[in-house]
Design a binder for this molecule. Structure first.
Ligand code: GDP
Length: 193
């Protein structure tokens, strides 16, 4: 799978700014520091595409990337700033939930977790929301290079149980070693657009 032209298209910080539904969309969600930018860069085979999303003013927005005039990849703002101001948490919730519930062109949501962490209430809230909204999603358990084989298997089992998923929806990835990236890329981008 080759990507020719990937360009940052728009940062959306309120629902009224959403672009027209021109292409199918793949959204990517994850708690801050889970490796979301690294994974997006890996999946797109670019060094720094997703760095755009961490520039000032864009860390709380939905960041749209145009892939070959075929697809939008939508980098959702990282969550987990539980100690942040309530106002900001509500704004995140409204923007992300509004997008996830209403966007017709949204095909699939990639949710990323750190394999070393147990899912917590914020993670569960996102997954519950996706189930309730009837949105197809896949899970990447990232940073597998940080744990041994038995810890991987244990964590995978835990996520499967807690999120009520089947094994084919859970991918084990490492942005450091590249493990698991091709399989996830195939799942996300195959036959789309
Ligand atoms: P984001 O905040 O979710 O976008 O996370 P970043 O992509 O900026 O990554 C956060 C930190 O985790 C950085 O120091 C990355 O180098 C590191 N990181 C990301 N993915 C992996 C991984 O698979 N393995 C390891 N060991 N570190 C990773």
């Amino acid at each position: 799978m080759k990507f020719k032209k990937i360009v940052f298209f728009r940062a959306v910080s309120r629902l009224t700014e959403l672009p027209g539904e021109r292409f199918p969309e793949i959204a990517v969600a994850g708690r801050s520091n889970v490796g979301k930018s690294s994974l997006i860069n890996r999946l797109l085979k670019r060094r720094a595409v997703a760095r755009v999303s961490s520039t000032p003013g864009r860390t709380r927005s939905l960041n749209f990337f145009n892939i070959d005039d075929r697809l939008y990849l939508v980098d959702l703002p990282g969550y987990g700033f539980a100690k942040g101001p309530l106002r900001e948490r509500l704004a995140w919730k409204r923007l992300v939930e509004g997008y996830l519930s209403e966007r017709e062109s949204l095909l699939l949501v990639l949710t990323i977790f750190d394999i070393r962490r147990e899912p917590d209430e914020l993670d569960l809230a996102l997954i519950e929301y996706l189930w309730a909204a009837g949105r197809p999603f896949v899970v990447a358990l990232n940073k597998i290079d940080k744990v041994n084989r038995s810890e991987r298997a244990r964590a995978q089992k835990k996520y499967l149980e807690v999120f009520g998923l089947s094994p084919e929806d859970v991918y084990l990835t490492s942005c450091r070693t590249g493990e698991g990236i091709d399989a996830l890329r195939r799942r996300i981008f195959a036959k789309r657009g």
